[in-house]
Ligand binder design. Structure first.
Ligand code: GLY
Ligand code: MN
Length: 464
C-alpha cells in the first residue's frame, strides 16, 4: 500500500469534481474456484484499490460529495478470522491507514444506500463486472439485477478515467518495478526457447518470477509457438526448430500496477531468412511508433503509421501489392494485423477497460472508427503526459482468415494471395513495449528487453 496521503489526495481530487450525491466503491469479494473455501488468488477491484487502497474483501468505500465525507463500511474482525487468518487490524485501523475517518458496519450498507435513493440523492456506481458483486449490489439497492444499469454513472466513469489515466510519480515508479519483473520474465523465456522444451515449462517458470516478485502475472501468459492465434492460452506444444515463440506476458506489483511486453524469439535462438524479413517489418513498426509518440498526438495516428509500415514492408517482400496509402485506407492490413496498436496500461493491463473501452480509449476529438483495420483499436485518443500506452504491432498468418478473404476475393488489389498461401505455416510475430508519455515525447518503461534481430540472437546464444 502507498502512504495514506496518496489515497486521500485521490479522493480529494474526485471530491472536487462537479458530482453530486454519493459514489459507491465496493471491494471485490473472494472468488471460489472448485468449492466455496478454495478460492482463486485474491484480486482487489482496481477502482476500490485506487481510492481506498485496502487489499481485503467485504468493504465498501463511499464518497459523499454533498457532505464532503468519506466512509468505509466493513466489519469487525471475528475470532474465527483470527484463528484461520491470524491477527488482523480493526476496521478503524484499516480506515485510518488510508486516511478515512468514519467507519460503519457493512451489514447496514443496504439500509444506507436505500435511504439515499429514497431521499432522491444521486447514487453513482461504476459498471460491476463480477456476478457475485452484481448480486450484492442488487440486494443492497433492493432491485432486480437487470436494473443495476440505472445506477451506473457515466459522470463518475468520466471523472475516474480523468484521474486514473494520468499516472503520478509513485504510480510510474510502481510501473517501473512491474517492467523490471517483466524484463526478468522475458529474458528467462528467451533463454529457455530451445528445441524440446514444452511451452508450459516456460510459462510456469515466468509466472513464478512474477509471483516471487510479490504480485502476480498481469494477465494469463501467452506463450505460444502458434503466435498467429492472438490470445493463445494453451501451453502444451513442444518447441521445434523452425518455429518462433511468442511470449506476451507481464507482471503486476503488489499495489496492482501492470506491465505488458511481447517478444518473439526463434526456437534455438537464430532467425531463418523468412522469419527475419517479417520480424524486421514488425520491429520497424514498433520502433517508428516509439520514435514518434508524444503528447498531443492521437494514438490512432500511430496505429495508422504502424499499419502503413506493415503494408510497405509486406509490399517489399511480395505479400502485398498496389498503392500503399490506398491499402491503408481500405484496411487491407487487417488480414495480417487484426488488432489495434495498443491500449492504456495501469492498474489493469487493459487499463480501466471495465469502465468501457470507448470511455477510456477515445475522447471528444476522436471517436472509434467503424472501418475494418481501425475499429479494433482500444486506444485512439489524444495522448497526455503521464499516460502509459502499449506499442504492440504484429504480423500474423491466420490460415482460416486467409482462406476466408481469398474465397471472398477481398482486397485482391492489395493482397498477393499466391504468395500469402506459402506463409500459412509461418505463425505470427508481435513485439510490444510500454510507453510512458513524457512532457515532450515518451520513454519505454523497464530496462529494455532485447528486440533487434542481432540483440535477440546474441542474447539467446549467450553473447550478451
Ligand atoms: N497483452 C495482452 C493484450 O494486450 O491483450
Ligand atoms: Mn498488450
Amino acid at each position: 500500500m502507498f502512504d495514506k496521503n496518496v489515497y486521500k489526495s485521490r479522493r480529494e481530487a474526485l471530491m472536487k469534481s462537479q458530482l453530486k450525491g454519493i459514489a459507491v466503491f465496493p471491494a471485490n469479494d473472494e472468488a471460489s474456484c472448485n468449492y466455496p473455501d478454495n478460492t482463486y488468488h485474491y484480486r482487489q477491484d482496481s477502482n476500490f484499490a485506487y481510492f481506498f487502497g485496502l487489499d481485503h474483501p467485504n468493504l465498501v468505500g463511499v464518497i459523499d460529495f454533498d457532505k464532503g465525507e468519506e466512509v468505509l463500511f466493513g466489519e469487525e474482525v471475528t475470532i474465527d478470522t483470527i484463528i484461520w487468518c491470524g491477527p488482523q487490524p480493526s476496521l478503524e485501523e484499516q480506515a485510518e491507514s488510508v486516511g478515512v475517518k468514519t467507519t460503519k458496519d457493512i451489514n447496514r450498507f443496504g439500509e444506507f444506500v436505500r435511504e439515499a435513493v429514497e431521499k432522491g440523492r444521486t447514487v453513482h456506481i461504476l459498471p460491476p463486472y463480477r456476478g457475485d458483486m452484481k448480486i450484492c449490489l442488487a440486494r443492497w439497492f433492493d432491485i432486480n439485477i437487470c436494473d443495476l444499469d440505472r445506477f451506473v454513472s457515466q459522470a463518475l466513469i468520466e471523472e475516474v478515467v480523468k484521474l486514473r489515466e494520468v499516472k503520478s510519480d509513485v504510480e510510474i515508479a510502481e510501473m517501473e518495478i512491474a517492467a523490471q519483473t517483466a524484463y526478468r520474465m522475458h529474458t528467462t523465456a528467451m533463454k529457455m526457447c530451445k528445441p524440446g522444451v514444452v511451452e508450459q515449462e516456460i510459462s510456469g517458470t515466468i509466472e513464478g518470477i512474477a509471483i516471487a516478485a510479490g504480485g502476480m502475472v498481469s494477465f494469463p501468459n501467452i506463450v505460444s509457438v502458434n503466435g498467429q492465434t492472438l490470445h493463445n492460452h494453451g501451453h502444451k506444444n513442444i518447441l521445434r526448430e523452425g518455429r518462433m515463440l511468442v511470449v506476451d506476458a507481464g507482471a503486476e506489483t503488489e499495489n496492482y500496477y501492470a506491465s505488458d511486453f511481447t517478444r518473439t524469439t526463434p526456437v534455438g535462438g537464430k532467425f531463418n531468412q523468412r522469419q527475419k524479413e517479417i520480424y524486421e517489418i514488425v520491429l520497424k513498426a514498433n520502433m517508428e511508433v516509439a520514435a514518434k509518440t508524444k503528447p498531443g498526438m492521437k494514438y490512432m495516428v500511430m496505429h495508422t503509421l504502424a499499419a502503413r509500415t506493415i503494408i510497405e514492408g509486406l509490399n517489399a517482400v511480395g505479400l502485398m501489392k498496389g498503392d500503399i496509402d490506398e491499402a491503408v485506407v481500405a484496411g487491407a492490413h487487417y488480414l495480417f494485423m487484426p488488432h489495434g496498436l495498443g491500449h492504456m496500461l495501469g492498474m489493469d493491463v487493459h487499463d480501466m477497460e471495465g469502465l468501457g473501452e470507448d470511455n477510456v480509449g477515445y475522447d471528444n476529438a476522436i471517436h472509434r472508427s467503424s472501418q475494418q483495420g481501425f475499429s479494433c483499436l482500444r486506444c485512439g485518443k489524444t495522448l497526455k503526459p503521464g499516460f502509459v500506452v502499449t506499442d504492440e504491432p504484429g504480423i500474423y498468418f491466420i490460415p482460416a482468415l486467409i482462406d476466408k478473404w481469398k474465397a471472398e476475393g477481398k482486397h485482391t488489389d492489395f493482397i498477393n494471395y499466391d504468395a500469402v498461401e506459402k506463409y500459412k505455416d509461418f505463425g505470427g510475430i508481435r513485439i510490444e513495449d510500454d510507453l510512458l508519455i513524457t512532457a515532450d515525447g515518451n520513454r519505454i518503461l523497464g530496462p529494455g528487453i532485447p528486440k533487434t534481430v542481432k540483440d535477440v540472437e546474441d542474447f539467446c546464444l549467450g553473447n550478451i
